[in-house]
Design a protein around this ligand. Structure first.
Ligand code: FES
Ligand code: FES
Length: 182
């Protein structure tokens, strides 16, 4: 008998087992075919740091995660589409005891206001600093273009990213690589 393809499965509303690496942990889980990736992260894995800000229309960037090194709006993907990928959410950045330089930057430079956009901003900053360790103000603005802040405190957020860039630049290559790999 022919195997169902994903389109046929979606139309039938079935389930599928996916394998993903999330914040360094290998996960195997059966998910409803129609489940959004953001719902998988929040509801199935309890990673509620990834926010939903615009009723899943892809406009706000609050749900941004790093997927195979790219910024991805997790409200625009199905969980099954993430099968076999490597994901980092804001929970993978650092801990309360040991903040990542990006988190430290948001704290030190008051980049956190209501905090709703912050996880997505941090992930976009992370993906920027991975490829561009010394970004200019314009490059930071460009990297954050998909992340909206309803508190409109963009200046503090840009300062936070600069702080993170400077902190990372002051570290050894080994330390830096460790902090920018997931
Ligand atoms: S919740 Fe995904 S872009 Fe707004
Ligand atoms: S800090 Fe409030 S939405 Fe950005």
């Amino acid at each position: 008998m022919n195997q169902l393809n994903d389109v046929q499965r979606i139309s039938m509303g079935g389930k599928k087992t996916i394998h993903v690496r999330v914040n360094g942990k290998i996960i195997e889980k059966e998910v409803p075919i129609r489940m959004l990736l953001v719902d998988f992260l929040r509801e199935e894995l309890g990673l509620t740091g990834t926010h939903v800000g615009c009723s899943v229309e892809g406009r706000c960037g609050a749900c941004t995660i790093a997927l195979n090194g790219e910024n991805v709006k997790s409200c625009l993907q199905l969980a099954v589409q993430a099968d076999g990928t490597n994901i980092m959410t804001v929970e993978g950045l650092g801990t309360v005891e040991s903040l990542h330089p990006i988190q430290e930057g948001f704290w030190e430079k008051h980049g956190l206001q209501c905090g709703f956009c912050t996880p997505g901003m941090m992930i976009s900053a992370y993906n920027l600093l991975k490829v561009n360790p010394h970004p200019s103000t314009d490059e930071i603005r460009e990297a954050l273009v998909g992340n909206l802040c309803r508190c409109t405190g963009y200046e503090h957020i840009i300062e936070a990213v600069k702080y993170a860039a400077d902190t990372l630049a002051s570290m050894s290559k080994e330390e830096r690589d460790k902090l920018l790999t997931y």
